[in-house]
Design a protein around this ligand. Structure first.
Ligand code: SAM
Length: 226
């Protein structure tokens, strides 16, 4: 551990790094080192002291999942992803940090609440999904909002991180180009609108609590179960 590297209260590294990734299933996202510090800084006042099961949807490499589990030890962090290679990476990052390797196989567009391993978690304190709903069909955003509306305990939180439009407008030129590129790659993908998510969330008993501006025109969208 290098001097000055952020650590949790029990001395564990907050930002998992490459380590021995070449020798196991760990994948490394180029944006992780850049995105993790501001995300952790903004989530700290919201999540510190919060307890109960937390489900992460579309955890990808699992680097964020490991850093969240270390940063917020009151939460029982359950990462998930439908991609088997990503689940192997999530578990490898967890194991490298003495966290339980237990990535769930979860497709957010499906009836994930009916999965026994999800139902066994009981009412959720938090559902978190970062950089997922623009790189997947709209049915994924719908599935997350619908499922969170049912699975969250009262006062439970649904948090999205990523690029969004506000009132149908991009929050920066970079995002407009990114959106066009996403749609070129898959016409069902694309940057989602805050108001559309807010309105659909409301139908599922979720109230938009906070919209936090993040670096590079990203946002944290915090919805609270009424
Ligand atoms: C760009 S990565 C984001 C990974 C990570 N959350 C992060 O912020 O670095 C998008 C992830 O969404 C996952 N994903 C795609 N379709 C999904 C679906 N239907 N349900 C849940 N996750 C999905 C992908 O497998 C991938 O791991």
């Amino acid at each position: 551990m290098s001097l000055g590297e952020p650590v949790s209260s029990d001395g564990k590294r907050l930002y998992p790094h490459q380590g021995d990734a070449a020798r196991d299933a760990r994948l490394a996202s180029p944006s992780f080192q850049r995105n993790a510090p501001p995300i952790l800084a903004e989530l700290a006042p919201i999540l510190t002291g919060r307890t109960g099961p937390a489900l992460e949807i579309g955890a990808g490499t699992g680097q964020h999942a490991a850093s969240f589990a270390l940063a917020f030890p009151g939460l029982d962090w359950w990462p998930s992803d439908p991609d088997a290679g990503h689940r192997a990476s999530i578990d490898a990052w967890a194991a490298a940090h003495n966290l339980p390797p237990r990535a769930l196989d979860l497709d957010a567009a499906g009836d994930w609440l009916a999965q026994p391993e999800v139902a066994a978690l009981g009412p959720l304190s938090l559902v978190y999904s970062g950089n997922v709903i623009h790189i997947s069909p709209w049915t994924v955003a719908e599935g997350i909002l619908r499922g969170a509306g049912q699975a969250l305990a009262p006062n439970g939180l649904l948090i999205f991180y990523g690029p969004f439009t506000e009132g149908g407008r991009h929050t920066g030129d970079g995002n407009a180009a990114f959106d066009a590129d996403l749609k070129r790659r898959n016409p069902d993908w694309g940057i989602r609108d805050v108001e559309t998510l807010r309105d659909l969330g409301q139908k599922h008993g979720l109230i938009l609590d906070r919209l936090i501006a993040m670096p590079a025109n990203n946002r944290l969208l915090v919805l609270r179960r009424a």
